[in-house]
Ligand binder design. Structure first.
Ligand SMILES: Cc1ncc(C[n+]2csc(CCOP(=O)(O)OP(=O)(O)O)c2C)c(N)n1
Ligand SMILES: CC(=O)[C@@H](O)[C@H](O)COP(=O)(O)O
Ligand SMILES: [Mg+2]
Length: 627
């Protein structure tokens, strides 16, 4: 195989045009094979094969810096930069190769990513550093049309254009985000891409401009201004040109030689350049071409049929959220659902199918979504903003400054809270309890199971206050859901068992594992209590006072960073109250948790029932030994 002979990108420069095309086929085969076993971002990569070959055969990485936006499409880059074997064996596995660019993995991965819309800011920094060092390497950002909807992109282009920095942006336009892309910018790209009238308008304009008479100084001045105005209205890429970027395109992103020629020409321009490349998401694998959304990120699948390998499982938290919101939406027409480019992932797409006018996908714009939801709430609507926990981080200031400060009754439905698995540290929802708990006016809760998620969503809408509910990725514990809901008052936990030796006070996804550990401890003769805390804010202080009075050792459990999390809240409250019971806090450590199967990660971090049992038993034995 040609692919196995490529150790570094410069090997590509020895290949003929035919060999590069052959290599493209081999790469596609490899990626389909590996993702069919390990899962991964198949469709984005299949669309970027020729683009990556053209880039790596023209630019000289790692001296030239190639920055991948989101980074989910960087598999080809990994295959071409000496990681062929590891890719085959370990992509997205525990202690294996990351599914995203990662600086510690390779010198070719110059900037770590996972969240969208950072590449042009990063390129700006690399270009400035290069200029300060008086070197002359190229800096290239590769960004998709979906990631282009994120506001940071425009902050970066505004500045890079202003500084006239030598950097190249390759816009990989496949006319898709995860779901359909949204917005005026997406429409603009569609016009650039496909409207022959638009292209013709450009040619007609040139002809027209030649005909404008320029008699006398005032007429000449008028003609110039008219030309400028018309140019900016009609010239292809004028939006990018106005920001200071020289626009090239659109060009065929599956024609390696055409792209190489444009990239080579762009190298000679020492200024900001944007090259608009058109690709097909899922290219070369029919099931992915036909369903690019399903194959954006996939689990293991059968290559022949494209069918997912996993069997039918219990409903996911996302399904329960969507089903419950639809039911609530039928009874209350003020309820709206908002998401930031994660309609399928959060279940908002289902709500949109039921209530097309009351569901909004704003693109990759979590900050904007938060402010928009705030205003909807202030004007009498009941917005539910569904985001992944780790992407909510993008809207933190808006959550404080717009929503919480004005006490806007927005419900934040934070999916993928806790460990998410193979996407790894960029995507684990490790911090939301910490960063939400510190904000005044917030109510923060986490359900122990699907039924409690239903009741929490129902209750959150009744609170009429900024409220967050966080729940994990994937399937629930399998309890029955209902079509009627029970109200849970703010700051009320639930005593599941009483015990004198220790009480396990767990929140959200840790309640069931804590219950299993408590049972095992009881079998060893310990008297163990169990509390479902439900709320990280406000705490159920009366319940905690009872727990601290009745038991010796208090154990808090959360699938969130220990720093600032639920256990920290209990510790602060106990210290403020003058209680001195020993406190064992179980949760995520103060380092970024790597990628891997969630059960494996939980085992490693002692967050599974066995790990909880061991930690509590060791502490209890230690206390007995010291009398
Ligand atoms: C801040 C943030 N919000 C949401 C996401 C989830 N996400 C990952 S890829 C993606 C779509 C990207 O579309 P595009 O840039 O066009 O790349 P394509 O997959 O089409 O190649 C989204 C919304 C993210 N990674 N980061
Ligand atoms: C790259 C990215 O951010 C998304 O594609 C993410 O991988 C989706 O994760 P889920 O599989 O949890 O929806
Ligand atoms: Mg796209």
């Amino acid at each position: 195989m040609l692919l196995d002979s490529i150790q570094e990108p410069k090997d590509l420069r020895k290949l003929s045009a035919d060999q590069l095309n052959q290599l493209a086929g081999e790469i596609r085969e490899r990626i389909i094979r590996v993702t069919s076993v390990n899962g991964g971002h198949l469709a984005p990569n299949l669309g970027a094969v020729e683009l990556t070959l053209a880039l790596h055969s023209t630019f000289h990485a790692p001296d030239d810096k190639i920055i991948w936006d989101v980074g989910h499409q960087a598999y080809i880059h990994k295959l071409l930069t000496g990681r062929n074997d590891a890719f085959f064996d370990t992509l997205r596995t525990y202690q294996g190769m990351s599914g995203f660019p990662k600086r510690t993995e390779s010198p070719y991965d110059v900037f770590g990513t996972g969240h969208a819309s950072t590449s042009i800011s990063a390129a700006t920094g690399f270009a400035l550093a290069r200029d300060l060092r008086q070197e002359n390497n190229e800096v290239v950002a590769v960004i998709g049309d979906g990631a282009l909807t994120g506001g940071e992109v425009f902050e970066a282009m505004n500045y890079a254009g202003h500084m006239n920095l030598n950097m190249k942006v390759i816009l990989n336009d496949n006319d898709m985000s995860i779901d359909a892309n949204v917005g005026g910018l997406s429409d603009y790209l569609t016009r650039l891409r496909s409207d022959p009238g638009y292209q013709r308008a450009k040619e007609d304009l040139d002809a027209l401009l030649k005909k404008i008479p320029t008699v006398g100084p005032r007429m000449a001045d008028l003609a110039d201004r008219l030309k400028d105005g018309m140019k900016s209205m009609l010239v292809a890429g004028s939006f990018f040109e106005e920001l200071g970027f020289k626009y090239f395109g659109p060009i065929n992103g599956h024609d390696i030689q055409a792209m190489r020629q444009v990239f080579e020409n762009a190298k000679g321009l020492h200024r900001p350049v944007l090259i608009h490349v058109i690709t097909k998401k899922g290219k070369g694998y029919l099931p992915a071409e036909l369903n690019p959304d399903k194959f954006h990120g996939t689990g293991p699948f059968d290559v022949e049929t494209g069918q997912a390998k996993k069997g039918k499982k219990a409903a996911s938290y996302t399904d329960v959220f969507a089903k419950t919101l639809i039911k609530l939406g039928k009874e209350n027409d003020k309820i709206c659902a908002i998401t930031a480019a994660m309609g399928s992932g959060t279940g908002v797409a289902k709500f949109k199918a039921a209530f097309p006018n009351r569901a909004f996908d704003v693109g990759i714009a979590e900050g904007h979504a938060t402010t928009m939801a705030t205003a909807l709430a202030l004007d009498g609507m009941q917005p539910v903003l569904a985001l992944y926990s780790s992407f909510m981080q993008r809207g933190f200031d808006q959550l404080i400054h717009d929503c919480a400060l004005q006490e806007a009754p927005v419900v934040f439905a934070l999916d993928r809270a806790g460990l998410v698995g193979e996407d790894g540290p960029t995507h684990h929802g490790a911090f939301d309890l910490s960063y939400l708990r510190l904000v005044p006016n917030m109510t923060v809760m986490a359900p122990k199971d699907e039924r409690e998620l239903q009741n929490m969503l129902y209750s959150a809408l009744a609170y009429q206050k900024p409220t967050a509910i966080r729940y994990p990725r994937g399937q629930g514990v399998g309890v029955e859901t209902l079509d009627t809901f029970d109200y849970i008052a703010p700051g009320t936990g639930e005593v599941l068992a009483q015990g004198k030796d220790a009480c396990l006070v767990a929140i959200g996804s840790m309640v069931y594992p804590a219950a299993q550990a408590a049972e095992a401890l009881r079998e060893r003769g310990y008297d163990i209590g169990l509390v479902n805390a439900r709320f990280a804010k406000p705490l159920d202080e009366a319940l905690l006072a009872q727990v601290f009075a009745e038991t010796d050792l208090v154990v808090t459990l959360e699938e969130n960073a220990l720093t600032g999390g639920f256990g920290a809240a209990v510790a602060e409250w106990a210290a403020d109250t003058g209680l001195t019971n020993p406190l064992l806090r179980i949760g995520l450590p103060d380092h970024f948790v790597e990628a891997g199967n969630v059960s494996q990660l939980k085992k490693d971090l002692q967050l599974d029932p066995d790990g909880i049992f061991d930690q509590v038993a060791t502490t209890l034995k230690g206390r007995q030994a010291h009398g």
